[in-house]
Ligand binder design. Structure first.
Ligand SMILES: NC(=O)c1ccc[n+]([C@@H]2O[C@H](COP(=O)([O-])OP(=O)(O)OC[C@H]3O[C@@H](n4cnc5c(N)ncnc54)[C@H](OP(=O)(O)O)[C@@H]3O)[C@@H](O)[C@H]2O)c1
Length: 258
């Protein structure tokens, strides 16, 4: 049966929902967490530094927004399970944790390659597995995997990262196929070049200038420009959007020259 459709702007409201945004003490995760909180969700911030998370939770609380935090390294599955166990029921997952290894293919040894795949891809499987039973029980869920345009467009010195993101993108589609009839949707959100803290050195480099020129928008994205896409995928407005990759890249992946 078709779920009842609310109208604008209610179809973008997240009131009554709890959202976990992983890797959200800074960067794109923080922007998406703020946006989801402003849209009405109770947000669970996540990162590895409890002190930093406490400051961020206080920042949201000072703005009258509902927030709490979970702290674990995604490589530590026991800590992940313990934190999810003590958390309230989670309706929306934006899985945004992502580490990069900018070394050349030949310089990345087997162990480093496997570790990055574990953190950027296998951990997502572990986390979703912990959340799925509750989402199935409540017949509602949103799984949003933050991938990258490099999942489909290769660049040098990103072999393990691109492999992990391509896997995550495929996993989002696989979950869409398996959970499509259950009220759970699964999508990927693929950023292009965003001016986060992590990218500041690169932006100032010749490579960073090349990325700017290669982007039809002719600028790096402001981190807040990811927020609308995240709210959309998490919201009732996206109830029939499933297995999709929403690219937010100023036109890079649609073009050969710019
Ligand atoms: N920025 C871009 O241009 C761009 C482009 C394409 C894709 N992306 C993707 O978008 C996401 C966010 O990017 P960003 O630039 O905002 O990244 P970022 O600033 O480097 O933030 C990464 C976040 O992931 C967390 N994290 C990393 N490793 C972790 C681990 N082992 N366990 C737990 N948390 C971990 C970090 O938490 P701590 O606070 O604990 O360090 C941090 O909050 C990433 O998945 C990235 O691959 C970004």
């Amino acid at each position: 049966m078709t779920p009842p459709m609310s109208t604008f702007p209610d179809q973008f409201r997240l009131n009554g929902r709890t959202a976990l945004i992983t890797g959200s003490a800074r960067g794109l995760g923080w922007e998406m967490a703020k946006g989801l909180a402003e849209a009405g969700a109770r947000v669970l911030l996540h990162g590895r530094d409890p002190a930093r998370l406490k400051e961020r939770v206080a920042e949201l609380a000072a703005a009258g927004l509902a927030a709490d935090a979970l702290s674990f390294d995604v490589a530590d599955r026991a800590a992940m399970a313990a934190e999810i166990d003590r958390a309230p029921a989670i309706d929306i997952l934006i899985h945004n944790v992502g580490e990069r290894d900018r070394r050349s293919f030949s310089d990345i040894d087997h162990d480093a390659f496997a570790r990055l795949i574990d953190v950027d891809l296998v951990a997502a499987h572990a986390l979703v597995k912990l959340l799925i039973p509750g989402m199935l029980e409540r017949k509602w869920g949103r799984l949003i995997m933050v991938t990258s345009i490099v999942a489909d467009l290769a660049i040098p010195n990103a072999s393990s990262y691109a492999t992990a993101k391509a896997g995550l993108s495929a996993m989002a589609r696989a979950m869409a196929a398996e959970f499509g009839a259950t009220g759970i949707t699964s999508n990927a959100l693929a950023p292009g070049f965003f001016a986060t803290e992590t990218n500041q050195r690169m932006i100032a480099s010749p490579n960073g200038e090349h990325h700017r020129q290669r982007t039809p928008a002719k600028r790096w994205a402001n981190p807040s420009e990811i927020t609308g896409a995240a709210i959309f995928l998490a919201s009732p407005a996206a109830s029939y959007v499933n297995g999709h990759t929403l690219i937010v890249d100023g036109g890079v992946s649609a073009t050969y020259l710019a």
